[in-house]
Design a binder for this molecule. Sequence first.
Ligand code: AMP
Length: 396
Amino acid sequence: MSDDKKKQPDNIQPTTDNLTIGILGGGQLGQMMTMAAKKMGHRVVIYDVVPGGPAASVADEMIVAPFEDEKALKNFANKVDLITLEFENIPIATLEFLAALRPLHPAPNVVRICQDRIFEKEFLQSHGIPVAPFCVVRSAEELVGAKKILQADTILKTATLGYDGKGQVAIKAGASSEELSQAWDSLRTERAVLEKKVKFQAEGSIIVARSRRGEIAAFPPQENEHVRGILDVSRAPARFSKKVLDQAESLGKKIAESLNVVGLITVEFFVLPDETIMVNELAPRPHNSGHHTIESSATSQFEQAVRAVTGAPLGSTKLIQTAIMLNLLGDLWKTGEPDWKPFLDQPNIFLHLYGKKEAKPGRKMGHVTFVGEKFTEMESTEGMKNFLETQGPFCN
Ligand code: AMP
């Protein structure tokens, strides 16, 4: 599209056809969002700092340049009608630069809150949304001085750039000053949150879409299990009480509206023994725990993200089939490519491999989704049984 024909920021019609969407980030979330966008007739240009990520193989075009490269950013903006993102660790200056050139969803201020655990917790607290008791820590001395919260087991988390359990250290109740100093030094950060370790009965997440028109739709929550801080298994529908499901939906919608987000917001939460919920983390994008929606739901989370940012009507979030999603981490490649046969000849099993060249421990290489009627039936299918016997548990 030539520059003079390019639609200007406030001039995009809420249409589903023939837009060029720019996506910041070329990982597997970008790949799946690209596939959804292309299915809807859009073009996609990816911008990332490294070449050859999973999205590169499916996008129409990819720009590889640093996030600080204004010339490359301008070139990217000139090629697209609107911009969205697949991960939140992008410099705010980059997002502000792009937002001045093209509509950018979610807005820089939403990303600013979601990319920093301190801002995120302060935002949630200021809206009366329950979070684990925490305090902000900026030095070893401050950590040693946080006497009250340190009476319980805690987790020290870097304010920024932590993901999949990285940038976190567990601290036992009553740790010595020396142990605390070591914990602080191990994080190599200047800002962190010290959070009380929560005794939860389950973990869940809810994905809420809010469109350019202000339309809002929540997917039913899923139930998640983590191993070593990394998502291992998601089940939908979550086996939570109605009370928990209702709380998740109302908190999810409240957060989406308070943030004024356009796109998706994923809310990860703990379910406490008394059936109240506490928010752990926000992500302003599609989420690993929502991958099952590709097969299980009327609209996938990726299509919903595209609909939300383009201003198309949101799709139905109805869960059509019960689903279990298992993450495939690089650990499974320890002795070479795993045997995928059990997954390839079953109608209810969907294998997704992201095409990453190098398998590293903890690296998300793909996922597999089982759909069916009941969890117990799915767990006893040949594919899942074989997998559990020969490969599982997934995060070992
Ligand atoms: P996060 O990186 O904050 O999403 O944490 C990853 C996982 O670590 C969570 O899904 C939980 O399983 C666990 N975790 C994180 N924070 C806490 C906490 N305050 N209490 C108990 N478990 C936690």
